[in-house]
Design a protein around this ligand. Structure first.
Ligand SMILES: *Cc1c(COP(=O)(O)O)cnc(C)c1O
Length: 386
């Protein structure tokens, strides 16, 4: 059986957890948390990083930081994870869904302006599979309309846009260290703050709306409740685990890119962005139809290969219909959601296993015309856009 995913471990996790256990009082109980945050600040160049219990928690913090009020609108793709919409709906906000691009599977930036109303407060740019959204355009639109840009970089650690690290471009950004992501600690995440004016309030929000952080820094004699907040600190034990992963980050990225390139040599991925710009978080192909995807999944599973579709569109989901709005048509979202299939991609997967998967996919799925780019019709004969 080749599972779709298997989390990687460096072997140093237990040593760091044991150290955290001995060092409970060290650096006010935040040694590993702060070490990981500084690593993220160095990697991304963000102004300040805050570890959180999850990417979901970090997204919920962005809704507080953006001061989302009932009726405020937040523009986002529908082909994404529900926590992105929930974060704003929990504040009374309204997700406004726009379609994605067929080449990157990210929010179509040319459709954002049409979705803006007097109630719009923010745009969320989710970098699908670590492939960058068109950030220059999105930032320019946001500036013109006075909107906050939040990057959901849950997939995207270490990936770049025009040489800049994803997560360092929007006013705020979120990362995930869930067990399914490139580096992980079971459950974990981060909020990256790029606009310095949000730093102080972030420290207050994650300490239950108190100035406890200032108290710990001996800046105030006691702490008290000064703003809205919640408990958004990660456990030191999770941070210790995560630190063992960060130390192996370059290895993980290199191995994943190698496997991704091996897939690409045989199969045609749903996106043609060079692997050096993204972080090989996902290798996905597109079937001709929902039925063909199901057939392929079933056939692969019989051969011991687990493959997995991705997001059910939010705009047509039960909660999406209740809480969201749609701007424009959703043709590409609907087609991609019905036909996209992710293949196994994890550190430890062997070259022979990828060869085997590629051969089975190529044999089971007849080659068809590509989704978007006519130039890709020149691809080698084995290249199938299943
Ligand atoms: C995984 C993921 C999340 C949620 O991350 P958690 O850390 O599990 O809360 C949010 N957005 C996207 C795009 C994701 O892939």
């Amino acid at each position: 059986m080749i599972p779709f995913h298997r989390p990687w471990t460096s072997g140093e996790e237990l040593r760091h957890i044991a150290h955290a256990l001995e060092d409970q009082g060290g650096a006010a109980g935040r040694h590993y948390t702060r070490t990981c945050e500084q690593w993220l600040e160095t990697l991304t160049g963000c102004h300040r990083a805050f570890l959180t219990p999850s990417c979901t928690a970090a997204l919920e913090m962005t809704a507080l930081l953006a001061r989302i009020r009932p009726g405020d609108e937040v523009i986002m793709a529908s082909f994404t994870f529900p926590s992105m919409a929930n974060a704003f709906v929990l504040r009374g906000g309204v997700p406004v869904f726009v379609d994605i691009r067929s080449d990157t599977l990210n929010i179509d930036e040319t459709r954002i302006t049409a979705a803006i109303t007097s109630r719009t407060r923010a745009i969320v740019a989710m970098h699908y599979g670590g492939v960058a959204c068109e950030m220059d355009t999105i930032m320019a639109i946001a500036e013109r309309h006075g909107l906050i840009v939040i990057e959901d970089a849950a997939h995207a650690i270490g990936a770049t846009y025009k040489g800049r690290q994803l997560g360092s471009i929007g006013h705020l950004a979120t990362l995930s260290f869930h067990r399914t992501k490139n580096i992980q600690c079971g459950e974990g995440g981060a909020l990256l703050v790029n606009a310095p004016e949000y730093v102080e309030r972030t420290g207050v929000i994650r300490e239950n709306g108190t100035d406890r952080a200032s108290f710990l820094d001996l800046k105030v004699p006691h702490y008290s409740w000064i703003d809205l907040g919640t408990s958004c600190l990660i456990s030191e034990f999770s941070a210790a685990f995560l630190w063992a992963q960060m130390a192996g980050f370059d290895h993980v990225l290199e191995q994943r890119r190698k496997l991704w390139l091996q897939y690409q040599a045989t199969l045609r991925p749903a996106t043609d962005v060079p692997v050096i710009e993204h972080n090989a978080h996902i290798f996905h192909v597109l079937a001709e139809s929902r039925a063909q995807r199901q057939q392929l999944m079933d056939a692969l599973l019989i051969e011991g290969i687990q493959s997995v579709p991705h997001y059910q569109p939010l705009h047509s989901s039960e909660a999406g219909l209740l809480y969201g709005k749609v701007s424009g048509d959703m043709a590409i979202t609907d087609r991609v959601a019905a036909t996209l299939l992710r293949l196994p991609l994890w550190v430890g997967l062997t070259t022979e296993e990828v060869e085997h998967i590629c051969a089975r996919v190529a044999a089971l799925a007849p080659p068809t015309a590509p989704l978007s780019d006519p130039a890709r019709r020149d691809s080698p004969p084995h290249s199938v856009n299943i």
